[in-house]
Design a protein. Structure first.
Length: 405
């Protein structure tokens, strides 16, 4: 089996209910699909690794499956991270350029961004991402593009830091290491999903991308082309499943199957006459309930989810500045009627986030649960092409000759 090439990208979504991996490669300057795999997860709850050995074994099985499909070993990955420990903080720094106005240079921009980026976090947190928000020239804010070439005597930069609990980050990396993998980067899932699902005008007008996973819901708000807020709602798709399992005395696996097949939160779509069979636990007899009973159970949890989501949007200060509304991604976004219920409750436009397909990818990847994989691949590719190419053998020889002069 061939080793992973430097132009190959492997992205892993380590989730509470399922693990996913997408492998792509650069070919003639274009990203092309190579393989993907999906397998059940283990050892995680609410986005946190609780059992490293179990999580590592599930990850090892996932990688083995995609290596067989691709004919190439996977050694380095980019991995998702979510959970209630995620925090977002605005940092700002400035410097005086001269006593009088002068043209701003690229070096000036680099220096002020370094000042804004290199500000400390609490010891139990680690920095994940630094995203540029805006510049201020002579204390006049609102410059969202590069200020190079503009004139000012003082330059300030405002950036958005996304951080995560150091322990939560390390547990993910350790699980990957135990599976024989090196982690090139941990990436906040909604930030990556935004790369695959958000449109340019949405990022400008104000939009909340809401990623509904199995263990929790994570979100990110964009405005003026930059992240402005991140948040986590402690309700995900598994909560709906558990509600069905407990309320109707059926095994969780059957509850999940029934939710996928019949689950809706819109009462108008649930007919009283439709009967659904719920298998019993162990030797218990199965029960038969109406579709409306199922809908009422799911709708109750959806109402709680909406209340918490609305609270987070209010606290962010951006609730009334979301000109483009909300974009729902993640497997939980597939729940029937949730999009319409969210739109009616929040009185904002809401759409489903469908990631663009990478060249050669199967149609099944154009689904909200694959938004992270596609977006993280785009971000990894963008970083790769920005890096200077290593010097050729002939260039290295010339460098050595120059050094002898």
């Amino acid at each position: 089996m061939r080793r992973q090439s430097p132009t190959s990208f492997a992205v892993v979504d380590l989730g509470t209910a399922s693990n996913k991996v997408l492998v792509t490669a650069l070919s003639q300057g274009r990203l092309q699909y190579r393989a993907h795999a999906v397998r059940p997860s283990a050892g995680l709850k609410k986005g946190l690794v609780l059992n490293v050995a179990t999580a590592a074994e599930a990850l090892r099985q996932l990688i083995a499956q995609v290596e067989t499909s691709n004919g190439q070993t996977i050694e380095k990955i980019v991995m998702s991270i979510t959970g209630g420990h995620i925090r977002g903080v605005v940092r700002q720094a400035g410097m005086t350029l001269h006593s009088r106005s002068r043209d701003i240079t690229a070096d000036d921009v680099r220096r002020v961004l370094d000042l804004a980026q290199n500000q400390p976090w609490p010891e139990d947190y680690s920095l994940l991402h630094v995203e540029q928000q805006e510049f201020a020239l002579d204390r006049q804010s609102g410059v969202h593009q590069s200020p190079i070439g503009m004139s000012a005597s003082r330059l300030e930069a405002r950036v958005f830091h996304i951080g995560a609990g150091a322990g939560a980050m390390q547990n993910r990396v350790t699980a990957a290491n135990h599976a024989g993998l090196a982690v090139a980067e941990l990436m906040y899932a909604p930030l990556a999903a935004a790369e695959a699902c958000l449109r340019h005008e949405e990022r400008e007008m104000g939009v909340a991308l809401v990623d509904i996973g199995a263990g929790c819901t994570s979100l990110i708000i964009y405005a003026h082309q930059a992240p402005q807020h991140v948040g986590v709602i402690p309700i995900g798709g598994d909560h709906y499943t558990n509600d069905l399992a407990i309320s109707f005395h059926t095994p969780p696996a059957d509850a999940e199957r029934i939710k996928r097949a019949f689950g809706v939160v819109d009462a108008a779509s649930a007919g009283d006459r439709t009967q659904i069979e719920f298998p019993g636990v162990g030797e218990q007899a199965q029960s038969t309930l109406s579709h409306r009973d199922l809908c009422d159970c799911l709708r109750s949890r959806a109402a709680e989810w909406l209340r918490l989501l609305e609270n987070d949007l209010d606290k962010s200060g951006w609730r009334h500045h979301l000109g483009a509304g909300l974009v729902l991604t993640g497997g939980g976004a597939r729940l029937g009627g949730l999009l319409e219920l969210t739109q009616a409750s929040l009185r904002l436009p809401v759409r489903l986030g469908i990631p663009a397909l990478i060249e050669g990818a199967p149609d099944e990847l154009a689904a909200p649960e694959f938004a992270f994989l596609t977006g993280a691949t785009f971000r990894s590719h963008s970083f790769h092409v920005r890096q200077p190419a290593p010097p050729s053998r002939w260039a290295r020889i010339l460098q050595k000759l120059d050094a002898l002069d």
